[in-house]
Design a protein around this ligand. Structure first.
Ligand SMILES: NC(=O)C1=CN([C@@H]2O[C@H](COP(=O)(O)OP(=O)(O)OC[C@H]3O[C@@H](n4cnc5c(N)ncnc54)[C@H](OP(=O)(O)O)[C@@H]3O)[C@@H](O)[C@H]2O)C=CC1
Ligand SMILES: CC(C)(CO)C(=O)C(=O)O
Length: 316
């Protein structure tokens, strides 16, 4: 399969390298110049797993204006707030039959992708994978080989032949895909997890393991899950997990899968970049308000995150 990954950051590199190693023809298209330059100069990307075995993997990288192939599949892995500009810059290589896939955290990118491809060609989903970008062109895959999980879902909720081919390629790449047919239910399950883990670990400067080790963690998580759940239900989301199951998933991911991980939002904060909080807790607040509800806890978290972002800027 001919694949172009837009965004050679932590997750873009992880998906791209794994799919390349599984035999696909993968190119990276990068708008972020330091990353493009580093990968060009190194003739590849440095890959480690859990800080060990750092080695160079040759990859091809292009600026959007340099890229002229028409891929079968585009994988969008920028941050949410970069999605619109990235799709606009890359629109010339999205062919009539090209599918676009996003497994970004938060909700919003699909609306940007819709400006360029019909719903039938959009595959959304979620990544239960932790990855850290040590520096441009230097990525660290967290977790044992094969431990990562992905969920893919067509925006139309109707998997077609090409989607099944993508699932097979993800399987070959060791990304343990599950094909779902509940679009919003799938996205909201990760949204709720990120609204707890990413935001609280970032604000408190702690790892996922440190969060769940706190005796009051379940109570805190439940308050956020309940508020998010109410907003989602009002919006017609058909949740795939109960509130209790959601809590168990958060506990499991944090205590067993990624206890030492600082979520991606934390990585943005320490590097003084804007976070995706508006697309995570902010999306829950917006959805609640649309239905005349309140999501006061999430609203407070959005404000606190923006306060922390602003303080970080003042201290630069
Ligand atoms: N990382 C993870 O474990 C997971 C991430 N996700 C999601 O995947 C999507 C992509 O995220 P992710 O791959 O983590 O992010 P990236 O590694 O792609 O973020 C890098 C972006 O941050 C900016 N940046 C600026 N300076 C630096 C620097 N020194 N180091 C790193 N980045 C810098 C660049 O944007 P600019 O040009 O604006 O400076 C760059 O494009 C997001 O939606 C995220 O929520 C989902 C699951 C897990
Ligand atoms: C918490 C985690 C790793 C969940 O897979 C994630 O989504 C992130 O770091 O942003």
């Amino acid at each position: 399969m001919k694949i172009a990954v837009i965004g050679a950051g932590a997750m873009g590199l992880r998906y791209g390298v794994l799919l390349q190693e599984a035999g696909n023809d993968v190119d990276f298209v990068e708008l972020w110049k330091p990353s493009y330059q580093a990968i060009r100069e190194q003739s590849g990307v440095y890959v480690s797993r859990d800080h060990k075995n750092r080695h160079l993997v040759p990859v091809d990288i292009f600026l959007p204006e340099e890229y002229t192939k028409i891929p079968d599949l585009v994988i969008l892995f920028t941050k949410q707030m970069q999605s619109g500009a990235a799709m606009q810059a890359c629109r010339h290589f999205i062919g009539e039959h090209t599918y676009v896939l996003t497994n970004q955290n938060g909700i919003g990118s699909v609306d940007e992708i819709r400006n360029y491809v019909p719903d039938q060609q959009i595959i959304a989903g979620i990544a239960l994978i932790a990855t850290v970008l040590n520096a441009p062109g230097d990525v660290d895959f967290m977790g044992a080989k094969g431990a990562a999980h992905t969920q893919l879902v067509n925006v139309t909720e109707k998997p077609d032949t090409f989607t099944h081919e993508v699932v097979r390629e993800f399987e070959k790449a060791g990304m343990n895909p599950t094909l779902q047919t509940n679009y919003m239910g799938t996205l909201w399950s990760k949204l709720l997890m990120n609204s707890v883990i990413n935001t609280l670990c970032t604000l408190m400067d702690i790892t996922m393991g440190e969060y769940v080790a706190y005796s009051g963690a379940d109570d805190l998580s439940s308050r956020l899950i309940d508020e998010g759940y109410a907003a989602g239900l009002a919006d017609g989301v058909n949740f795939m997990q109960s509130r209790e199951e959601m809590l168990q998933i958060i506990d499991h991911e944090s205590s067993q899968v990624n206890p030492l991980h600082h979520p991606s939002m934390y990585q943005d904060m320490v590097n003084s970049r804007p976070t995706e909080v508006d697309y995570i807790n902010g999306y829950i607040v917006k959805t609640a308000k649309k239905h005349g509800l309140e999501a006061k806890n999430h609203e407070m978290l959005v404000d606190l995150l923006h306060l922390a972002e602003s303080a970080k800027q003042l201290n630069l």
